[in-house]
Design a protein around this ligand. Structure first.
Ligand code: KG4
Ligand code: ZN
Length: 352
C-alpha cells in the first residue's frame, strides 16, 4: 500500500476510533507552535515559541525573518511538545497543519514540516484553515460548548460575523470591507509610538484614560453586518498629526480609551444585531483581539442584557497557537474534511 492509500484508510478508521491523538502545527505568522490534542478537547501539550521580541525591533512582522525563525525553532518546539505530553511520535493518529491564511513563507515551513512528519509516520495529513482554528480555541476552553452559535471573529487578519451551524459548517454574515480590527489596533498603537504588537498596549493604556476625545469620524455601514475600520484609523492618525503640527499636546491614554470605545461599540452592536436577527442565543468570540479586556467586558454586558450566553476563549488560546488547530482538526475528520496529500501547499488567503 502506498502512503496515500494507507493515510486514507487510517483517516476513515479515525472516525470510529475511541481516542484520536492529533499533533498540530501552526506557523502562519510569528508564532511557531506545536500541540498534542486528544479528541478535539483535551490539550496534552501546547508549545508556543513567539518571535515578538525579534519583530518588535522593526515595528511589525518581517515575513522573511519570520520564516527563517520558524525553520530555526520548529524541531525544538516538536521535541518540547512531545516531552510535555509524555507521548511518542508513534502514538500520533494524524498530523494537522495550518495551510492558510497567513504569510506564505511562514506557512510553508509548517506545511512542509507537517508533510514530512505525516509521510514518515504514515498517518493522515489534515489541512486546517487558520480562521476555523480560532473558533476551535473555544472547544478547548469550554468542554460543554457545541454548535450552533454565532461567532465574532476578530484577529489581525480577519474581522467577521460567522453563523456556525455545525462544527464544520460556516456561513459568513458580515466581514470587514477594508482593514481588520487587529490591523487598526496595531496602526493606532504605532502612531502613538507603542511597540508591536499594538493591541495589548492600547488595551493597557486605555485603562488609564478617559473617553473624552471626539474624532472626525462617523461609524459607516450602519445598516449592514459588514465592518469598515479604515475611516476610523485615518481619523485617529489625522488627529495625532494635527496635534503634532500645531505643537499641541494630548493624552495618549485618553486617545487609546476613546479609540477603543468606538471600535468595541461597533463590534458589539453589529454582533448583537446579528444574534437577534438570526435568533441565536449563543455567542462565541475568536481571534487575538478577543483578548481585549474592554471588548470582553462589553460583550459580556451586551449578552447578559439580551439573554445571550457568551463564550470567550481563555486568554492563552485567543492569540495564535497550535492547540486550536488540533481541536478543529478533530472535527474536520468527523465531517470528512481536510484530508490532504503530499501536494498540499500554503495559501496566503482562504475564505471562511
Ligand atoms: O489572532 P491573532 O493572534 O493573529 C491573527 O490571526 O492575525 O491576532 C493578532 C492581533 C494583533 O493585531 C494584536 O494586536 C491583536 O490581535 N491583539 C489585541 C490584544 N491582544 C492581541 N488587540 C487588542 N487588545 C488586545 N488585548
Ligand atoms: Zn490568528
Amino acid at each position: 500500500m502506498n502512503y496515500l492509500e494507507e493515510a486514507k484508510l487510517k483517516y476513515e478508521n479515525l472516525k470510529h476510533k475511541k481516542d484520536v491523538l492529533i499533533l498540530s502545527i501552526e506557523s502562519s505568522c510569528d508564532e511557531t507552535s506545536i500541540a498534542l490534542v486528544k479528541n478535539g478537547r483535551e490539550v496534552l501539550a501546547n508549545i508556543v515559541s513567539s518571535q515578538i521580541d525579534i519583530h518588535k525591533l522593526y515595528g511589525g512582522v518581517v515575513p522573511e525573518i519570520a520564516s527563517r525563525n520558524h525553520i530555526k525553532n520548529i524541531s525544538g518546539v516538536l521535541k518540547e511538545a512531545l516531552a510535555v505530553s509524555g507521548k511518542t511520535l508513534q502514538e500520533i493518529d494524524a498530523v494537522a497543519v495550518t495551510y492558510g491564511a497567513g504569510l506564505m513563507g511562514a506557512l510553508l515551513v509548517g506545511v512542509n514540516f507537517a508533510k514530512t512528519l505525516a509521510y514518515s509516520l504514515r498517518v493522515p495529513l489534515i489541512a486546517v484553515s487558520h480562521v476555523h482554528g480560532h473558533i476551535g480555541a473555544n472547544y478547548i476552553s469550554y468542554a460543554e460548548l457545541e454548535p450552533p452559535f454565532m461567532c465574532l471573529m476578530v484577529s489581525g487578519g480577519h474581522t467577521a460575523i460567522i453563523d456556525v451551524k455545525d462544527y464544520c459548517s460556516f456561513n459568513l454574515i458580515g466581514s470587514t470591507v477594508d482593514d481588520s480590527v487587529g490591523e487598526c489596533f496595531d496602526k493606532v498603537a504605532r502612531v502613538l509610538g507603542l511597540s508591536y504588537p499594538g493591541g495589548p498596549n492600547i488595551d493597557r493604556l486605555a485603562k488609564q484614560g478617559q473617553n473624552t476625545i471626539k474624532f472626525n469620524y462617523k461609524a459607516p455601514l450602519k445598516d449592514s453586518f459588514n465592518f469598515s475600520f479604515s475611516g476610523l484609523k485615518t481619523a485617529v492618525v489625522n488627529f495625532v498629526h494635527n496635534k503634532e503640527q500645531k505643537g499641541e499636546t494630548f493624552s495618549k491614554e485618553d486617545l487609546a480609551c476613546s479609540f477603543q470605545e468606538l471600535v468595541t461599540d461597533e463590534l458589539c452592536i453589529k454582533t448583537m444585531k446579528a444574534c437577534k436577527e438570526l435568533g441565536q442565543k449563543k455567542l462565541v468570540v475568536a481571534g487575538g483581539v478577543g483578548a481585549n479586556s474592554r471588548l470582553r467586558e462589553k460583550l459580556q454586558q451586551y449578552c447578559d442584557e439580551n439573554g445571550v450566553k457568551i463564550f470567550m476563549p481563555i486568554l492563552k488560546y485567543c492569540t495564535d497557537n497550535a492547540a486550536m488547530i488540533g481541536a478543529i482538526a478533530y472535527y474536520y475528520i468527523l465531517a470528512d474534511k481536510g484530508l490532504a496529500d503530499l501536494t498540499l501547499t500554503a495559501k496566503p488567503t482562504v475564505g471562511i
